[in-house]
Design a protein around this ligand. Structure first.
Ligand code: NAD
Length: 356
């Protein structure tokens, strides 16, 4: 069929040693960047995304057109469509799955809790089911989140630190995902790597994130709200630039071992790994705003309020020595450099949006 031909063409790789990757969430922020990088270096890439309306679908469609021009086909489907996934694995013998589809965002759970269960729990299980039944069984790399550290107050966060106090339903579903992944690794011999991303930002970013809507509101002259913690401590994030995150994702794919297909029984246990991907340099939200004011050459109208209990944590800071050792991960972009690239993209994109 027409669909199968497009999928097969998109999956073509430059050499037999190149990877063949299914990227879920390919029309999303991180997924679109990862897909383009894989394609550029010669890997076969097929995307999957349901183009949901959590944020402006026009932005997802614009990313899709970018991917289309690069030769990456994005299948418009939901993770929960088992028949579709089975068909996809039948058409392409994927060596890897890069799973980046999810219901992201912390605060939206108060409006739509079920969307987190649908995408992050049910959808993830459905993808694992399809992967364990596929021949060959792909190795899986997927996005967990720094939010699993929750109310843990020990910083910087290391992979071995406690993750038993999620501060939001989003965090709880990511933590559940890590444990579900472990069970599939143990029983079905799937090789699985979880990446705990720390506040990813950059061009083609997500409109629901603070750096993005601060930029929009500052340019409009609209007041922005900055939250301060009740105990007087700084509210800060370990902002991590998209290109650094992409390198970490590719490092994880390149070092992923093959799934063994047999749990621990025949060929030894399959690989199970978890890594922090952060920048190791937390920046207070007040400084984020100061950098944006400088880059936009506009003074922000600021209102400072105590931080509400809405699922956000006060402070994030990654220890990345494990990812450095095993994935060769070394972030190189400071916040001002990365935001300059974001602002440049933002101004271009929204000045000629109709041509995208
Ligand atoms: P994003 O929302 O831009 O991308 C996710 C994509 O998945 C979207 O395009 C969405 O349409 C798609 N999707 C959602 N549910 C789906 C479903 N059921 N079936 C098919 N497609 C579905 O988010 P992002 O920032 O690119 O995040 C990528 C991953 O990284 C997510 O797992 C997210 O939780 C995780 N993460 C992101 C950050 C960050 O700061 N951006 C931080 C930590 C973790």
């Amino acid at each position: 069929s027409h669909w199968e031909k497009r999928v097969a063409k998109s999956a073509r790789r430059s050499s037999p040693s190149s990877l063949s990757v299914l990227v879920t969430g390919a029309a999303g922020f991180v997924g679109s960047h990862v897909s383009l990088s894989l394609k550029r270096r010669g890997d076969g890439v097929v995307g999957l995304d349901n183009f949901n309306r959590y944020y402006d679908p026009a932005l997802k469609r614009a990313r899709q057109r970018l991917l289309d021009r690069a030769g990456v086909f994005v299948v418009d489907a939901d993770l929960n469509d088992s028949a579709l996934l089975r068909k996809l694995f039948d058409v392409v013998p994927f060596t890897h799955v890069m799973h980046l589809a999810a219901q992201a965002g912390v605060r939206y759970a108060m409006q739509n809790p079920q969307s987190y269960i649908h995408s992050n729990i049910a959808g993830f299980v459905n993808l694992l089911e399809a992967s364990k039944s596929a021949n060959p069984q792909p190795s899986i790399v997927w996005a967990s989140s720094s939010s699993v550290y929750g109310l843990n107050s020990k910083v910087p966060f290391s992979e071995k630190d406690r993750t038993d106090q999620p501060a939001s339903l989003y965090a709880a579903t990511k933590k559940a995902g890590e444990e579900i992944a472990h069970s599939y690794n143990h029983i079905y011999g799937l090789s699985i790597t979880g990446l705990r991303f720390f506040t990813v930002y950059g061009p083609w970013g997500r409109p629901d994130m603070a750096y993005f809507f601060f930029t929009k509101d500052i340019l409009k002259g609209k007041q922005i709200t900055i939250f301060e913690s009740l105990d007087g401590g700084t509210v800060a994030r370990d902002f991590t630039y998209i290109d650094d995150i992409v390198k970490g994702c590719l490092g994880a794919l390149d070092t992923a071992k093959k799934s063994t297909g047999s749990g621990g029984k025949k060929k030894g246990p399959a690989q199970f790994r978890v890594f922090n991907l952060g920048n190791t340099s937390p920046v207070p939200v007040s400084e984020l705003v100061a950098i944006l004011e400088k880059l936009l050459k506009v003074k922000a109208k600021k209102k400072v309020l105590p931080m509400p209990t809405n699922g956000d944590v006060k402070f994030t800071h990654a220890n990345i020595s494990l990812a450095h050792r095993d994935l060769g991960y070394r972030p190189t972009t400071d916040l001002e450099t990365g935001l300059r690239k974001f602002v440049k993209w933002y101004l271009e994109f929204y000045s000629k949006k109709s041509s995208w």
